[in-house]
Design a protein around this ligand. Structure first.
Ligand SMILES: Cc1cc2nc3c(=O)[nH]c(=O)nc-3n(C[C@H](O)[C@H](O)[C@H](O)COP(=O)(O)OP(=O)(O)OC[C@H]3O[C@@H](n4cnc5c(N)ncnc54)[C@H](O)[C@@H]3O)c2cc1C
Ligand SMILES: NC(=O)c1ccc[n+]([C@@H]2O[C@H](COP(=O)([O-])OP(=O)(O)OC[C@H]3O[C@@H](n4cnc5c(N)ncnc54)[C@H](O)[C@@H]3O)[C@@H](O)[C@H]2O)c1
Length: 515
């Protein structure tokens, strides 16, 4: 049976009239059009509706081994697959492998880079985000986002003796632990590592792992890559250089050999409370007559000497120190991919540059929804939820957006999905399981809160955030088995004042206590 969602594709290039190129007339697509084949776009399922998925990357992301760990915590692996696999599994989905270059919201249509136009009834934008680099266009400054940029990083690392990592979030934390055989200078704005996830206490717990030699055996990698090598691209479907592929996710580095040219395991030096002031290419640095420093040794403390080695690039920090290196990784956050959709469309934007969405994932323009990294959640959130640009949230948003779009087209109303009640993230840093719940860093609680801690060096770190005797958030590092109990305690807001310190007493089986 012919797929009803399939728009008839004519020639790949725009029609020609004399010397003039004219975009092909609009093709009426299915009811719903989704832009982006990342985790948010792929979570959009309408079992009985026709969907047109337009995506710039040749592969799509599929969630496998999905596990609901507790009410809100989810764990899953992600595989890259060819888009044909998606079409085979879901005959109501038609995939167009091409970047969207323009949105005409008044006409309800999108234009792709091959000159085609598709009309939508409802549209969901899931075009993700791209790395926010400290110095755009500098060939020695790399960002990591998708499979290709991760492989480029690996390629450059293979020939590197020293790299600099700038930033203090997820990517920097992972790289600082994973990179071997290469000196790493890690410059952070904060006093302690991992500021987007941890406070100084948790950072200290983890730092001991960072400076130790890495004894852990590597776990087998779960990601599989669909390779496009040798696959001839159709004319006109070339991906615009500005378009990135889908973002990597959990275990992204497991298939990569993150090793430099040296024989040692870890060698890392952290420069705290500083930012990048200047980046010099080798020639400019020579002209500047400035001096760079050698890699600081543990026993030298601040006594570093002038570096005799010549490096391709030099980084001057705001603490006046200068280090040479082979290249710089800018792990400094992301910027939502909104450019192709802005021209002529008056979207409300969030402070972080995302498309503002309401509690039904609806943007400020009629019939246009957004989900995942591209959007800025602009509803009044639950007291225990905040947006972070993560796999889990992208998946939940995509899934919920689909429900909202269906309900809107049927004229029905729908309640906010339960997954937005509580922020819950499970990940792994420095080979420890890390669970973050609710206001895990006392975000927006001001000074009116207290912390309870339990820490066993090398084994576990538990922090709970309490306010008026109620649990507001928690950080659980290690195999604590407390996530489900704490999730319930945050959600039910039970008054825990009478338990006092017993709450974290290791001799009390807290799970049974609150069953
Ligand atoms: C290195 C790395 C490690 C990470 N690790 C974790 C982790 O361990 N845990 C976690 O929870 N999160 C992690 N994240 C974050 C997570 O990957 C993202 O939050 C999530 O993938 C966002 O999904 P998305 O669908 O919104 O965007 P993306 O995955 O970026 O997908 C966007 C899609 O839109 C397409 N697109 C872009 N522009 C256009 C256009 N103009 N036209 C058509 N298509 C377009 C792209 O090709 C892509 O298919 C990590 C991110 C990175 C970079
Ligand atoms: N395990 C995980 O959960 C995981 C791992 C990797 C990445 N991610 C996600 O992937 C995305 C990208 O990761 P990321 O690490 O680039 O972003 P991030 O948002 O996690 O961290 C960005 C970091 O860069 C710092 N920063 C910003 N501008 C800076 C500047 N000019 N100079 C110095 N530091 C600056 C910030 O203070 C912050 O520490 C994020 O959404 C992140 O949540 C998650």
């Amino acid at each position: 049976m012919q797929n009803p969602a399939a728009p008839r594709r004519q020639s790949a290039s725009p029609q020609k009239f004399g010397n003039m190129e004219v975009a092909r007339p609009p093709q009426t697509a299915g009811k719903f059009v989704v832009v982006g084949g990342g985790i948010a776009g792929l979570a959009i399922h309408f079992p009985s509706e026709e969907i047109l998925l337009v995506t710039a990357s040749p592969v799509i992301k599929a969630v496998t081994n999905f596990k609901q760990i507790s009410k809100v915590l989810e764990e899953f692996d992600v595989e890259e697959q060819p888009s044909t696999m998606l079409e085979n599994r879901f005959p109501n989905i038609k995939v167009i492998e091409c970047g969207v270059k323009q949105l005409k919201s008044e006409e309800h249509c999108i234009l792709t880079e091959d000159g085609s136009q598709y009309v939508y009834k409802k549209l969901c934008l899931c075009a993700g985000a791209k790395p926010k680099l400290i110095c755009e266009g500098n060939p020695y400054v790399l960002g990591i986002r998708d499979t290709d940029s991760a492989q480029e990083f690996q390629k450059q690392l293979m020939n590197a003796k020293r790299i600099m990592i700038i930033g203090n979030g997820g990517i920097a934390l992972e790289l600082a632990y994973e990179v071997e055989g290469c000196e790493v200078i890690w410059a952070i704005k904060d006093k302690a590592i991992g500021n987007t996830f941890f406070d100084a206490g948790a950072a200290e717990f983890l730092t001991s792992k960072l400076i130790a030699e890495k004894p852990e055996a590597k776990i087998a990698h779960k990601r599989t890559r669909y390779t496009t090598e040798g696959k001839k691209k159709e004319a006109g479907t070339k991906i615009n250089a500005g378009n990135v592929g889908s973002a990597l996710g959990p275990d992204w580095h497991e298939g990569l050999n993150l090793k430099g040219t040296r024989e040692f395991s870890h060698k890392i030096h952290i420069e705290t409370m500083c930012e990048v002031k200047n980046i010099y290419l080798q020639k400019d640095f020579r002209i500047s007559k400035k001096k760079s420093l050698t890699f600081p040794r543990d026993d030298q403390n601040e006594l570093v000497t002038t570096d005799k080695e010549i490096w391709p690039v030099y980084v001057e920090l705001t603490n006046e120190k200068i280090y040479g290196c082979d290249f710089i990784v800018s792990a400094t956050g992301v910027t939502p991919n909104i450019e192709p959709f802005l021209c002529g469309n008056n979207f409300d934007l969030g402070e972080d540059g995302g498309l503002r969405v309401d509690d039904h994932m609806h943007t400020s323009l009629p019939d246009i929804y957004a989900a995942g990294d591209i959007c800025t959640a602009s509803w009044q959130p639950s007291p225990f939820w905040q947006q972070m640009r993560l796999w889990t949230q992208a998946r939940q948003m995509g899934w919920y957006a689909a429900k909202c779009m269906t309900a809107a087209s049927l004229g029905e109303s729908i309640d906010m999905d339960f997954s937005f009640e509580l922020f819950a993230h499970v990940t792994k840093f420095f080979n420890y399981k890390v669970v973050l719940l609710g206001k895990y860093n006392a975000q927006s609680l001001g000074s009116d809160h207290e912390l309870m801690l339990r820490c066993t060096k090398g084994q576990e770190y538990i922090k709970v955030v309490m306010q008026n005797g109620r649990m507001m958030g928690a950080v659980l590092i290690g195999e604590t088995n407390l996530e489900e109990t704490f999730e319930n305690l945050i959600l039910n807001q039970m008054n825990l004042s009478s338990y006092g310190e017993d709450l974290l007493d290791p001799n009390i089986d807290i799970e049974d206590y609150f069953d």
